[in-house]
Design a binder for this molecule. Sequence first.
Ligand code: ADP
Ligand code: MG
Length: 704
Amino acid sequence: MAKIDLNGELQQIYGMNVRRAQVLEKELGVRTPMDLLQHYPYKYLDRSRFVSVGELDNELAHVQLKGKFSAPKLRQNGKRQWLVADFTDETGSVEVVWFKALDWIQRMIRTDVEYVLFGKPGRFGSKLNFTHPDTTLLEDYQARGASLEAVYNTSETMKKAGLHSKAVARLIENVLREMPGLPETLGAELLERMRLPGRAEAVRELHLPSTGQALGQATFRLKFEELFYIQLSLLRQMGARKARSRGLVFEKVGQKFNTFYNDFLPFPLTGAQKRVLKEIRRDLGSGRHCNRLLQGDVGSGKTLVALMLMLLALDNGFQACLMAPTEILATQHRDSLRGLLGEMPVRVELLTGSTKAKERARMLEDLASGQLDIVVGTHALLEDRVVFQNLGLVVVDEQHRFGVAQRARMWAKNEETPPHVVVMTATPIPRTLAMTLYGDLEISVIDELPPGRKPIATAHLYDSQRLRVFKLMREEIGKGRQVYVVYPLINESEHEDFQSYKDLNDGYESITRAFPPPQYAVSVVHGQMKPEEKEKAMRLFAEGKTQIMVATTVIEVGVNVPNASVMVIESADRFGLSQLHQLRGRVGRGAERSFCVLMTDHKLSADARKRLGVMCETNDGFRIAEEDLKLRGPGDIEGTQQSGLPMSLKIADLSRDGQILEEARRQAGALLEADPKLEHPDNQVYVRQIERQRAGRQRWEAIS
Ligand code: ADP
Ligand code: MG
């Protein structure tokens, strides 16, 4: 028989038909036999162990029995018909029931041979039974040999087309039987050194495992390969960029940096701040372009690091800018930079959409002539008319609000050599995810908070315990502190937006009732207000003129009100973990003890309960991010959608396979180190696979 063409039509596969091919394409994006081979099982059933009828009870999950059927008998109740047979081994009998395909069952079941029965026992009245169990002739079971059975994800649509897990397994078996062999995708040297099975063997093992150990090795190999190619591609991009873009050289640590460090620094730097400064300074002096991600939990002191880097730029004759996602944040940054600089002769200005025309004109002029050292701003900085004399460093705060394209626009602001870029983010990203997402950025981490911070006491309360919350609020306000009350903005759709608006309004009313004027003043901020109104309400709160801020998540991003000591989060179960952590980070910025209260209904999903539990247990942003990744999977983590990377991995799992990922990155790095352009004949295997993947992506893009 002719071998099948793995890149040809699905129709070549024995057992395929037009309908099934269409469904596979629509549901799984499977278009070729090769695609089908990469529809990997999501779990395996252990078919090596048997129980006897005597051992059965209905607490058991799936079990496997060996025995003989009695002839199925038809039963009837009104219009309903079903079949019943006894299944007997040496310890006893159990009933088996079928409700569907009765004719076929009656013809198929033989009473003269032994069967293997597999299913979950259920209880009917006082008796145990099996409903539609999986049945295999003992002879066939023995012939197959494999004791681990692959189980495939299927959808309702697939099942309607007869494509349940078993049918998918059979189609894949047919491909495996008739395929000409699979091209190897990793070099012989690497395979040997890491003792990895070959590709064809690994794929076969994955679908038809021979032993648990072989399956483990096959899984490792395929995960490794998947992550290896992602890292290879990222490292090549990074290498190409480095080779292409010479970087501005900040060679000296000059007067401004030193004066600030010696005379103006209000507190000693934390160890982590020092380390990160050293890392980035090394980049800035290296003559290569610096493109770095600076991660640090809320309150870890990123602004100070940013300022010191900007001073370094000034010392070397360059200008610097700091971009923030909102006006409020930009304003706060301008103020805190000015505060930190004190009397130092460094000019810092703010440029946003609402900067007055006259002021703007003057500022633009000073930027172009080099009179203005540091400009802080919003997206307004991206506009073409913003021209620098000599821009050396761009710091971007709260990365996920800016896309990659916007970063690129800032690059173009220095004509000869792009400015160095440092992206600061307070959304801690687990290392594994960061390596994949921002694999083209170097990463620095501030993993230490300034001393004296008290962990934020976090509690989960039910709506019925609201009086306790009001009591806490009253006490804290009595001590001169301020309080946030936050409502979820469920999503952009109008109906839901209205719902959250209503929730917020109801809450606002009950709060003003409990905290009436003139003793108390309450600010409110929500998505349906005009930007100016929002700014005004936030400012009142920031200036301490109101004690309570009732808001939807607009305050999520970085506003700094150190005097606030209580964060009440309503319907906390509707927030993701990283969002909850961000919100909590709005308090606890001073040295006083702070509180976070997570309010919910009594009805909670298991996942929500877990999220709230994690919040109550820890303040550590990185641990929370890891938990988040485990609970949600990487596809949903903020920022992943815009990365343009294939986040839907076929087999690797970023929340579990961190170590494989690191190994993959190491090996990809070693490969490129030895042969940066992949020119050696032995390495053509990698070039071919990169080309295959590129062709695959293009095929996808052409269709979607
Ligand atoms: P974030 O990383 O969230 O942007 P900030 O830069 O706003 O954090 O810093 C939070 C607070 O900690 C600020 O009030 C800042 O002045 C203070 N801070 C920063 N570094 C230190 C330090 N080394 N020691 C003490 N306080 C610090
Ligand atoms: Mg900040």
